[in-house]
Design a protein around this ligand. Structure first.
Ligand SMILES: NC(=O)c1ccc[n+]([C@@H]2O[C@H](COP(=O)([O-])OP(=O)(O)OC[C@H]3O[C@@H](n4cnc5c(N)ncnc54)[C@H](OP(=O)(O)O)[C@@H]3O)[C@@H](O)[C@H]2O)c1
Length: 340
């Protein structure tokens, strides 16, 4: 029942994402330039947070996270769902721009890129390979399998072992890799026990095709069931300052030291409600509310790995710059008191 609800929620959100993709107006670049993006993302903790902020025991200060015990990634990643065509379908209208966005993300120091076979389908992975292969050392491409796309705006779960095996082989081919560093089960298929889906991923890990396994759109019970089969490195659920239905899952990830990749980290393009603590902090720092939302997430938990998605170079630069934004403990608390 719980995972049926999770699934319904995911599918509703995926449809909403497709709609938003059509309706979001490209905002003009507001003029944030980065002298060195890599320095921003890998800066020392005391450069990421102000001295006063560090006194708050709740605020995370580490700029990196060790994924699965062996990959150090900068905590602000990139979500490559938005580089596809409208409705997360087909090729983008401006393909050279999509390639530029992917290359720029890496130039700016992003070394965790999230994608899925379902984005396009296939086109997100193909664009990543076209833009970035041969991949720079340390770049983690996290892809997913377990959702199929019969048409634009349609997302149908398939967690059967045979499908997952085919999906993984397709992703390896499109990404031109022998092994996927982080392979995530995109969702739990209500017709297939999670043990069977994850069991197939374990088998492929044993064959050397997967380095680490992640889950997406799961509840705490599902995480525990999966972890009985195979080690789990990360969880990807919807989460942002105004949507914290997965708060308990985040707490579980924190306790178990699993990476938590919040999708819709800035509200999925619906815009965050212009509530006061957000606007006030944005005005005080001369930044956008989206940057404040990302800074809040990064400070919310040391296991938080936001993967904001964009098809715009200007938004990408803005989002990456958020990694060095310092909220005061008062701002952080006031924003944290907001609920959707
Ligand atoms: N596991 C799952 O089921 C699941 C579901 C959805 C998404 N995801 C993953 O999570 C990633 C993030 O989710 P998302 O892309 O849907 O949502 P998001 O990052 O919260 O929001 C992306 C939307 O916001 C806009 N945007 C981005 N940066 C902006 C900025 N600085 N100012 C104003 N608007 C901005 C984008 O439009 P522009 O293109 O115009 O910038 C896009 O419409 C995806 O890329 C994907 O990798 C996973």
């Amino acid at each position: 029942m719980v995972f049926t609800n999770v699934l319904l929620r995911v599918m509703r959100d995926q449809l909403a994402a497709a709609d938003q993709e059509r309706s979001v107006t490209r905002r003009k670049f507001v003029g944030i330039t980065l002298a060195s993006g890599a320095a921003l993302l890998t800066g020392k903790p005391d450069m990421i947070l102000g001295a006063d902020a560090a006194t708050s025991s709740n605020m995370a200060t580490n700029p990196t996270f060790i994924l699965g015990g062996d990959f150090t990634v900068n905590r602000l990643g990139f979500g490559a769902m938005r580089v596809t065509g409208q409705g997360i379908w087909g090729w983008p209208t401006d393909r050279p721009n999509a390639l530029r966005v992917l290359r720029r993300a890496v130039e700016l120091g992003v070394n965790l890129i999230d994608t899925a076979d379902a984005y396009g389908p296939d086109t997100s992975e193909l664009l990543i390979a076209e833009a970035l292969y041969p991949y720079p050392k340390g770049l983690v491409i996290a892809t997913k399998g377990g959702l199929t796309r019969p048409g634009p705006g349609q997302w149908v779960p398939n967690g059967r072992p045979d499908h997952l095996k085919q999906a993984l082989d397709g992703s390896l081919k499109r990404l031109r890799l022998d092994r996927i560093d982080l392979y995530q089960l995109h969702t739990v298929d209500s017709k297939v026990p999670i043990e069977e889906s994850v069991g197939a991923l374990k088998q492929m890990r044993d064959e050397g095709k997967i380095r680490h396994i992640g889950l997406s759109n799961v509840d705490r019970g599902e995480i525990d069931r999966a972890r009985k089969i195979v080690p789990i490195a990360s969880v990807q659920n919807r989460y942002n300052i105004q949507d914290r239905a997965s708060e308990d899952v985040l707490a579980h990830c924190e306790k178990e030291k699993l990476g938590f990749l919040p999708w819709f980290p800035i509200g999925g393009g619906k815009g965050l409600k212009p509530e006061n603590p957000l606007n006030t902090a944005a005005k005080a720092h001369g930044v956008s509310v989206f940057q404040v939302a990302l800074a809040w997430l990064l400070e919310r938990s040391p296991v938080m790995l936001p993967i904001p998605g964009t098809s715009s170079l200007a938004h990408l630069e803005e989002n990456v710059a958020a990694a060095k934004l310092k909220l005061t403990p008062e701002e952080w608390k006031a924003i944290g008191a907001l609920r959707g």
